[in-house]
Design a protein around this ligand. Structure first.
Ligand code: GDP
Ligand code: IMO
Ligand code: MG
Length: 437
């Protein structure tokens, strides 16, 4: 069994919590794209973890974790995270953590270029995490990136750094920064690459062999559908493909071996960074946004930036369901809406008075959208920690059903708090089958 977990909105839907929960029933958890721009929070007892590069399955000592070929890996960030997690009592050894030899490395000049690119864009900036993600993927597509396997050869590593830096320094100097020195970069990265060596693996072969042995594999998406470089709100996106097709490429798994796709959807939407957000709560709704931000702790788990908050957008989520082929949905953060008197759901878009039911390609159009809302009554009582669907207030159950119908996909899991056991698994759902293993 191979299941992919994908964020349906603009990220931070609660993928970490759901992966951690499901990981118990699986053998292997693999990331397939992105890098340490992700921040997946998991709470276990009194311990809080924020996973950036490492799959959320790492917390389970008996699970194997994989960093797939589609990822971009900053070796410094990798070992910082490994060391942090070890301090919390989690054992991380090459036996249970595999890094693809085909993944690309994020170098210090990628971080510098991420900064200059954002500065150059000024008001049009993307609002990236400044981790060097975009420039590393640019080098990959430009066929000059440094892959983990290349870096293991000191001569090749040196050569590639020298060659790539010539070009990078031209841009860095143009923006008034000091040029970087190839020797410094090599001397910093070479020992880290040596430390990485025992973790390096032909991960697609590893996953294929595991599948043949009937091992169960979870593919953990980072970022989300609307941040996908092809399908998201381009150019306000990340530089990889979090969508289901990306899982096949980024983990090196044939598409027909993937048995199911789980979408993670919040009861509302958030966005970090710039870019169109049709249902954003602005001006008059700033008080509600503030309430949600505080109740839902909507601050970036990596950058600590306050997340922009908005109403649930059924048009955008239907689009995500269609693109990814969600078999089931995990709906998170029901408890965050507990105090609201009324809850709005965007059921359609209008541009220049004309109703549209699809998600437009052009970010200019997206900015002009007037959301068409339906207003539902809030339940105004606590759902925190509820574990049985029938124990949810009637209005909360209606809200869940309304969302499921408006997306056209079953909701198989409802999250009622950040902890593992604050979860409802819906009876007779596809999700229940995966959970049973
Ligand atoms: P991810 O990037 O998709 O893994 O999501 P993040 O971890 O960045 O952000 C989700 C936040 O919501 C984290 O702080 C989670 O602990 C928290 N969370 C997840 N599910 C729930 C829930 O059902 N209720 C509440 N109150 N918090 C949740
Ligand atoms: P998780 O996995 C939310 C956003 C950034 C920026 C854009 C591009 O925790 O859901 P990048 O540094 O990737 O080039 O930035 O993408 N972004 C995220 N937003 N959650 C994330 O990850 C994100 N990763 C990147 O804020 O708008
Ligand atoms: Mg996150």
């Amino acid at each position: 069994m191979i299941i992919v977990i994908i964020g349906a909105q603009w990220g931070d839907e609660g993928k970490g919590k759901v992966v951690d929960l499901l990981a118990d029933r699986f053998d292997i958890v693999s990331r397939y794209q992105g890098g340490h721009n992700a921040g997946h929070s998991v709470y276990v007892g009194d311990k809080a973890f924020v996973l950036r590069l490492l799959p959320s399955g790492i917390i389970h000592p008996d699970k194997t974790c994989v960093l797939g070929n589609g990822m971009v890996i900053d070796p410094k960030a990798f070992f910082e995270e490994v060391d942090q997690i070890k301090e919390k009592g989690v054992e991380v050894t090459p036996e249970r953590l595999k890094v693809s030899s085909r993944a690309h490395l994020i170098m210090s000049y990628h971080r510098a270029l991420d900064h200059t690119s954002e500065e150059r864009l000024g008001n049009e900036k993307i609002g990236t995490t400044l981790r060097g993600i975009g420039p590393a993927y640019e080098d990959k597509a430009g066929r000059r990136g440094i892959r983990v396997a290349d870096a293991l050869s000191p001569e090749l590593l040196k050569l590639r750094i020298e060659r790539n830096l010539e070009e990078a320094n031209r841009i860095i100097v143009l923006f008034g920064q000091q040029p970087l020195r190839a020797d410094d970069i090599y001397n910093e990265i070479a020992p880290l690459v040596e430390r990485l060596r025992p973790f390096v693996c032909e991960t697609s072969h590893f996953l294929a062999s595991a599948r043949k042995m009937n091992k169960k594999i979870l593919l953990e998406g980072a970022q989300a559908t609307l941040l996908d470089v092809d399908h998201g709100t381009y150019p306000y996106v990340t530089s990889s493909n979090p969508t289901a097709g990306g899982a096949s490429v980024g983990a090196g798994i044939p598409p027909h071996h993937i048995t199911g796709v789980l979408g993670i959807v919040r009861t509302y939407a958030t966005r970090v960074g710039e870019g169109p957000f049709p249902t954003e709560m602005l001006d008059a709704e700033e008080t509600i946004a503030h309430l949600i931000r505080e109740r839902g702790n909507e601050y970036g788990s990596v950058t600590k930036r306050p997340r922009r908050c908005g109403w649930f957008d059924a048009v955008a989520t239907r689009y995500a369901a269609e693109l990814n082929g969600f078999d089931s949905i995990a709906l998170t953060k029901v408890d965050v809406l507990d105090e609201l008197e009324e809850i709005k759901v965007c059921v359609g878009y209008e541009i220049d008075g004309v109703r549209i039911d699809t998600f437009p390609a052009v970010s200019h159009d997206l900015r002009q959208i007037k959301p068409v809302y339906e207003t539902l009554e809030g339940w105004q009582s606590s759902t925190l920690g509820v574990t049985d669907f029938d124990d949810l207030p009637e209005k909360a159950r209606s809200y869940v059903k309304f969302l499921s119908e408006s997306i056209g996909v079953e909701i198989g899991l409802i999250s009622t708090g950040p902890e593992r056991d604050q979860t409802v698994i819906l009876k007779d759902s596809v999700m229940e089958g995966w959970f049973a293993g």
